[in-house]
Design a protein around this ligand. Structure first.
Ligand code: PLP
Length: 428
């Protein structure tokens, strides 16, 4: 780690905390981060030439694995025609059309540059459309770093949230209500007592580890929204094009009014998007009174990388093979955990998975808070030492790419079994 340690010191001089996104600092796992020199397929190679099997994949974006030749070829081809236009181009239409085919709930879509932008814009649009200010979100869901989302549940009888970050105003927090995931009674109460304009949810949560919403919960959210003129937003920045081609909405068979996308959508370049019902989307400027814009939005290189990615993951059997790989992985984790009677479990959907430091079924943020963090840290460090990289926080999901081989998974399982046998924290 010699070179990475040196680089981290330099980075801290010029960049707050040495990183451009907090989780990269490894602060909750008791080590310093590695600096990446190169990424290839399922591997990350750091500045000390250590190689890691990567189960983070740029937080899910790299579904094909790193440096996929087909994507690079496409970007190389396009770059000769310009890097950014600030004016419309054909690929924007092509990508928009592809997305509307994959997601039937999306009739019109607008491209932005990140998931954060997508969710911020989506709630502005929902408020503008319903003329109602209050937003319901769920504890443990992450919707980027917009002010309206950095809100935690209020204390006591108050349903209003309180800021989760310095710099977010109380006035802002007053318009966001944060409720426990998978609890429909709380949603009913909040709707009765407030002028709610939209509900935003990760239909499968990937930012409090990997947690499924219950089918009945999602169906009831849809009914409640219909009855009360509330816009239902599925934040599928992580799950769209990842848990299934058509996202969580295709699995739950529930049609949101608006959807946000990101990560996989850009094939690794910075792209986010929000889209949905035509009658809502047409309230955006220049047609309507809801303002939203972006200098680099619809960037031609990003559109090309996104299009190529969609083409590849749309091939027959692509998702079946990816899912089977993840299923095999988690079934092995579960088998080993049972064999050694360690309090661990795992679950997956498509190319996304969760490893839990508990045997109990997890339903919400509190369930994850109550799992064993010291054991997670021990696990993380052991795996990393043996060349396997999982997300450096127990509140993150894991990702598998089409580059991972059975050999990679079997190696990872072998290391997992070694850890289970050796960890001093395994005395349940
Ligand atoms: C990653 C993520 C975001 C934020 O996307 P950025 O591109 O990091 O701004 C929003 N919502 C969900 C569900 C995410 O996973």
């Amino acid at each position: 780690m010699k070179n990475s340690i040196k680089l981290f010191k330099q980075a801290q001089k010029y960049i707050p905390g040495g990183v451009n996104s907090p989780v990269r600092a490894f602060s909750s796992v008791g080590t310093t981060p590695f600096f990446i020199k190169r990424a290839q397929g399922q591997y990350l190679i750091d500045e000390d030439n250590n190689q890691y099997i990567d189960f983070v994949g740029s937080w899910g974006a790299q579904i094909l694995g790193h440096s996929d030749k087909r994507i690079i070829k496409e970007i190389n081809k396009k770059i000769n025609s310009g890097i950014t236009y600030g004016a419309p181009c054909k690929d924007e239409i092509m990508l928009a059309r592809q997305i509307t085919k994959i997601f039937p709930s999306i009739e019109k879509i607008r491209m932005v540059n990140s998931g954060t932008e997508a969710t911020m814009s989506a709630i502005r649009l929902a408020r503008g459309f319903t003329k109602k200010d209050k937003v319901i979100k769920f504890d443990g869901c992450y919707h980027g770093h917009g002010d309206s989302f950095l809100i935690k549940a209020g204390s006591g009888a108050s349903t209003f949230g309180s800021p989760n970050s310095l710099g977010v105003t109380k006035a802002n927090a007053k318009d966001t209500i944060s409720l426990p995931y998978n609890n429909i009674t709380k949603v009913e109460e909040a709707i009765k007592n407030n002028n709610v304009g939209c509900i935003i949810i990760e239909p499968i949560a990937g930012n409090m580890n990997f947690i499924r919403s219950q089918k009945i919960f999602i169906k009831k959210l849809r009914t409640l929204c219909d009855k009360n003129h509330i816009i239902l937003i599925f934040d599928e920045v992580m799950t769209g094009l990842r848990v299934a081609k058509g996202g969580a909405q295709s699995l739950y068979k529930v049609r949101p009014d608006l959807t946000t996308l990101g990560k996989v959508l850009g094939g690794g370049l910075p792209v986010g998007a929000f889209g949905g019902r035509k009658d809502i989307m047409d309230n955006l400027a220049p047609l309507g009174g809801v303002y939203q814009a972006g200098t680099l939005s619809g960037n031609p290189l990003a559109m090309a990388a996104g299009l190529k990615t969609l083409e590849i993951i749309s091939k027959p059997r692509y998702f079946k093979e990816l899912s089977n790989k993840a299923k095999y992985f988690i079934s092995e984790i579960n088998r080993i955990s049972k064999k050694y009677k360690i309090n661990m479990s795992a679950d997956s959907q498509g190319g996304m998975f969760g490893i839990y430091f508990t045997k109990k079924r997890v339903n919400n943020y509190n369930d994850i808070l109550n799992t064993q963090e010291d054991r997670f840290v021990d696990f993380f460090q052991y795996m990393l030492k043996h060349g396997v990289f999982f997300a450096p926080s127990m509140f993150e999901a894991g990702f598998i790419s089409s580059s991972h081989t059975k050999k990679d998974i079997d190696y990872t399982i072998k290391i997992y079994e070694k850890w289970v046998k050796n960890t001093s924290l395994s005395a349940d």
